[in-house]
Design a protein around this ligand. Structure first.
Ligand SMILES: Nc1ncnc2c1ncn2[C@@H]1O[C@H](COP(=O)(O)OP(=O)(O)O)[C@@H](O)[C@H]1O
Ligand SMILES: [Mg+2]
Length: 392
C-alpha cells in the first residue's frame, strides 16, 4: 500500500513549487504535494484528498484560518497538521510578531516554516508532527480511466489493468464500474452481478470496509468487482456525494481501486476525478480524437487534476491505417509526454466474446501484454513528489 505523505499547500503556485522542490530532497518520506489556491476550496480538497499536513500561506488576516481549521477538525477521524508558511514580505520586512504567532496557534496552526522553505525544516516539521502516524493511515491508489469519447478502450484498459494488478495483489484490488449508463466490466469478466454499485450507495450510511467487500463480486483471479447498475433507472439513484462515499471507503479497503467511467464530464465524473491518483486519459491515435482530447486536458487542469495526476494513455483500439498518428505526433499535438502506448491486439476482441480476460492470458514480453506490464509496474511504484492542484 502506498505510504506517501500527502501535503496540501494552500496558497500561491510559487509556494506550491517551493514545497515541491524541497520535497524531492526530503529523504525520510515520499511526499505528494497538492495545491488549493484558497482556504475556501481547501476545505473541500481536504475532505476528499485527506492530506496528512496542510501548509497554509499566512497572510496578515487570520479570521478565515480559524474557520478552516475548525472545519478540518470536525470532518476527519485524524485531522491533518496545519503548518503556517510565512515570508517577511507579508509582514512589511519583519518577522511576524509574537501576538500574531499566538493568534495563529489559536487558529490551530501547529508549526511554522519560513519562506523560502528549506528541505531540512520541512522534514523536521513533518517528522515532529506526523512521526509514526502516516504509516498506519495508508490508503489505496485510485486509478480512473477517462475520455470524452466512447469506444476508445477505457473499459478494456480498466479491466486489463485491474486483472494485471490482481495477478500480484489478488483481492487487494477492486474494479469499480462507474460507467453508469453502460457498464460492461462484469460481462467482460464473465461475472453475473448479484450486487452492484447501487447496493453500496443504498447502504452508504453503514458502509464500511467489510460491507463494501461483501458487496463486491469476486473473479477467479482474486479481483473484486463492484459492478455497474443494471439499468438507467437504477443508475439514477447514484449521485456524486454517494459515489464519493463509496470511493473513500474503497480507498481504505483496497490497495488499488480501478475505476471505469462513462464519457461524460458530469458531477459523477468530477467526483471520481477528485479521488483519482492517476487520471488516465485514454486517447486513440486519430486526428479528431487527439484534437478532442485537448479541451479535456484543459478541463482536468481547471478541475484541479494537475499534470502530476494525469496519465496520457494512447490506445490503438483499431488496426493501423494510413494516416494513423505516431506516439510522437500525438505527444506533439497534445504538447504532453505519453505515459503508455497500447498496441492493437485482436486477442482483446476475441476475449470480449469469451469473457476470458485477455490480461490474464497474455505474457509480459510482447505487444499488449508488455505494454500492460510496463503500465502496471509504473502504477505500483510509490508516488513521487508531484504537484497537482486540487481546486481550480
Ligand atoms: N488495444 C486494443 N486492441 C484491440 N481492440 C481494442 C483495443 N482497445 C479497445 N479495443 C476494442 O475497442 C472496442 C471499444 O473498447 P471499450 O473498452 O469498450 O471502449 P470504451 O470503454 O472507451 O467505450 C472494444 O470492442 C474493444 O475490444
Ligand atoms: Mg466503456
Amino acid at each position: 500500500m502506498d505510504k506517501s505523505t500527502v501535503v496540501l499547500v494552500v496558497g500561491s503556485e510559487a509556494l506550491a513549487q517551493e514545497v515541491e522542490a524541497v520535497s524531492a530532497a526530503v529523504k525520510s518520506r515520499t511526499i505528494q504535494v497538492q495545491r488549493s489556491p484558497d482556504l475556501r476550496r481547501a476545505g473541500e480538497a481536504a475532505r476528499t484528498r485527506r492530506p496528512d499536513a496542510v501548509i497554509v500561506e499566512l497572510g496578515r488576516d487570520l479570521r478565515e484560518l480559524h474557520a478552516f481549521a475548525a472545519e478540518l477538525e470536525s470532518g476527519a477521524d485524524v485531522a491533518p497538521v496545519v503548518v503556517g508558511a510565512w515570508s517577511r514580505e507579508t509582514f512589511l520586512g519583519e518577522d511576524p510578531s509574537s501576538a500574531y504567532l499566538i493568534e495563529a496557534t489559536r487558529a490551530r496552526v501547529r508549526d511554522f516554516v519560513r519562506r523560502p522553505v528549506s528541505s531540512t525544516e520541512l522534514a523536521e516539521v513533518l517528522e515532529r508532527h506526523l512521526g509514526a502516524r502516516v504509516a498506519s493511515r495508508a490508503q489505496g491508489r485510485v486509478i480512473a480511466f477517462v475520455s470524452n469519447k466512447g469506444g476508445v478502450g477505457k473499459s478494456t484498459l480498466a479491466v486489463s489493468t485491474a486483472c494485471a494488478l490482481a495477478k500480484t495483489h489478488g483481492d487487494r484490488v477492486v474494479l469499480i464500474d462507474a460507467s453508469l449508463q453502460l457498464g460492461l466490466c462484469a460481462s467482460m469478466l464473465d461475472l453475473e452481478p448479484t450486487t452492484t454499485l447501487v447496493d453500496a450507495v443504498m447502504q452508504q450510511d453503514r458502509l464500511d470496509e467489510t460491507l463494501l467487500r461483501e458487496l463486491t463480486l469476486q473473479h477467479a483471479c482474486g479481483l473484486r468487482v463492484l459492478a455497474a447498475p443494471k439499468d438507467a433507472m437504477d443508475a439514477a439513484r447514484i449521485d456524486d456525494a454517494s459515489l464519493a462515499r463509496v470511493l473513500s471507503v474503497a480507498r481504505r479497503a483496497f490497495d488499488y481501486v480501478v475505476v471505469d467511467t462513462f464519457p461524460l464530464l458530469d458531477s459523477i465524473a468530477v467526483a471520481i476525478l477528485d479521488f483519482a491518483d492517476d487520471a488516465c486519459v485514454v486517447v486513440t491515435p486519430t486526428v479528431p480524437h487527439v484534437l478532442g482530447a485537448l479541451p479535456l486536458l484543459d478541463v482536468l487542469e481547471r478541475l484541479g487534476v494537475g499534470r502530476g495526476r494525469q496519465r496520457i494513455v494512447l490506445n490503438h483500439s483499431h488496426p493501423r491505417v494510413a494516416g494513423t498518428l505516431t506516439p510522437e505526433d500525438v505527444a506533439t499535438r497534445l504538447q504532453r509526454r505519453i505515459d503508455a502506448v497500447f498496441p492493437f491486439d485482436k486477442g482483446l476482441l476475441v476475449a470480449q466474446n469469451t469473457g476470458e480476460p485477455y490480461a490474464l492470458a497474455v505474457g509480459r514480453l510482447f505487444g499488449f501484454g508488455r505494454a500492460l506490464a510496463g503500465f502496471v509496474d509504473e502504477l505500483a511504484r510509490p508516488r513521487g513528489a508531484v504537484t497537482s492542484d486540487v481546486a481550480p
